[in-house]
Write a new protein. Structure first.
Length: 197
């Protein structure tokens, strides 16, 4: 599992063997079965998880029992509840595996040690933080300004590696659409794109 993470760190941050060894020594492997939780509401998120295999989902369960999908994460992505991670308070979210998954976990205190001793790793963290913020801002803008068709088109375009791996009701939840609306949009989309062929 660490070989996948090492390749990612070399590509994204240019780390050397010594730096990779430092990180490996503070990394814990975790395997999740499909539908198994990485994090549940009320837990404290004191680690970041890097996905080497599989697909996970972060969602909020409302008081009326409806699941609101916040994000998906696949291979070579990180996942945690940033709010709980940063504050040390309990999470209001759940993170579960949509497929059998393999992860590498690094505890917060160990990550801080690594960021202090490996500047290129800290720089990667900063770049990823900026990308997360930009994605969050774009998602907010999309949710309040775009049509259902545009939201769907953006999702397929931006996340082709996720679309065919998650149930449609979760895609609908992520996009803030009802299942019926997503079904209608998908039919219209398929009809429109079949004309292109």
């Amino acid at each position: 599992m660490f070989k996948i993470f090492a390749a990612y760190l070399v590509e994204k941050a240019g780390l050397n063997d010594k730096e990779l060894k430092q990180i490996e020594d503070l990394t814990v492997t975790k395997k999740l079965r499909k539908r198994q939780y990485l994090l549940q509401e009320g837990d404290i998120s004191d680690y970041r998880a890097f996905i080497t295999k599989g697909c996970l989902r972060m969602y909020y369960l409302s008081t009326d029992g409806i699941e609101h999908t916040i994000k998906f994460a696949v291979e070579n992505w990180w996942i945690t509840d940033d709010e709980s991670y940063n504050s040390g308070g309990p999470t209001k979210y759940n993170i579960d595996a949509l497929e059998n998954s393999e992860l590498l976990l690094i505890k917060k205190e160990n990550l801080n040690l690594l960021f202090n001793s490996i500047p290129k790793f800290r720089d990667l963290k900063d770049r990823l933080g900026i990308k997360r913020f930009e994605a969050s801002q774009n998602r907010i803008l999309s949710s309040i300004t775009e049509t259902a068709e545009k939201k769907y088109d953006n999702f397929i375009r931006l996340y082709p590696q996720i679309y065919n791996r998650v149930p449609l009701h979760m895609v609908a939840s992520y996009l803030g659409l009802s299942r019926e609306t997503l079904s209608r949009v998908r039919k219209k989309y398929a009809k429109y794109h079949s004309k292109d062929k």
